[in-house]
Design a protein around this ligand. Sequence first.
Ligand SMILES: *Cc1c(COP(=O)(O)O)cnc(C)c1O
Length: 375
Amino acid sequence: MPEASFVFGEKPIRIESGDGVHLYDDDGNAYLDFGASYACTPLGHSHPAVVEAVQEQVAELTFVQGSYPVDARDGLYERLGRLGPGDCSNVWLCNSGTEANEAALKFARHATGNSEIVAATRAFHGRTMGSLAATWKDEYKEGFGPLPGGFTHVPYGDAEALAEAVTADTAAVILEPVQGEGGINPAPDGYLQAAREATDAAGAALVFDEIQTGLGRTGSLWACEDAGVTPDILTTAKGLGNGLPVAATLCADWIAEDAGSHGSTFSGGPVVCAAANATLDAIVEEDLPAHAASLGETFKNRLEEIDDLRDVRGEGLLVGVEVKRGANRALRSLALNHGVLALPTGRTVVRFLPPLVATEEDCLAVADALESVVG
Ligand SMILES: *Cc1c(COP(=O)(O)O)cnc(C)c1O
């Protein structure tokens, strides 16, 4: 195996190719990719259906501005409109997660005529100014102020504190159904429902940031389905184009009818829409949410057998394990000694976001590797 500095020092892994759950470096080493570049490749690397759709589209029509209807974009509107929870069937397309949240906050302010946004501690919503104001950690904000005003943070999971923070001036409550960057924290039972009730009572919008949790990762197409709670706005990005930059803000009718003026030159470009259409079709046709649910159980059960872990948590294939001696040490050894790639979240949590097409064999191999790394 390569020396230590190969991964985390001045000499990073140079990835040359990808195929399914594997990445390959320029020395021919194979890596089981259980980080999926932050959940961006739910179908695995270079999935044939996505490759074909993109190749055909880029040759036929690479780009045209959004004012001309094109099949690829109409196809994505149709799919997301049909798949969005409740009446979140009005679709705004953009290029990244933070933009999808930025739009959600703008739409909520416009539709309600209010300005206050309530977010949660440990939340991560992105790094443009509005999304950054909704993000929790100071580290991401240092030196970038002043950020937009009107944002407050309440302890994630505390339904009472949330209800108290929502007032007649609230435009939106924005929450991740399972916090990703914040350490893999699933919402406690009843929390999302309480957020629904508080926003309904105040006439505010409930925004679910499903950029990390959505598209089947937690075992349902959207994590909010598990809780039986429908938001007014749902944002999705990361895996939507299986690696191509495309994101969406899905809105209920009452938001869409009074969303104000918003726009983006690249919104709904045909190539990224073709990628998203192929990705969504595969997720639905192969029933990957159900696969993620059952495989996630198998994976977590096996991880729970490992003695030296402090905690195993998450939903479906969004899994975090709390290790005793620092996540970076474990990640380094996983990569260098076992050819397994994963991600940190915080100092002590190793995060697994495997492609949804991973197999039981892959999960057991990763758990075995982790066991020898932490043992
Ligand atoms: C990654 C992420 C974002 C930001 O998405 P970008 O595409 O990096 O802008 C926002 N919210 C959540 C929950 C995320 O995981």
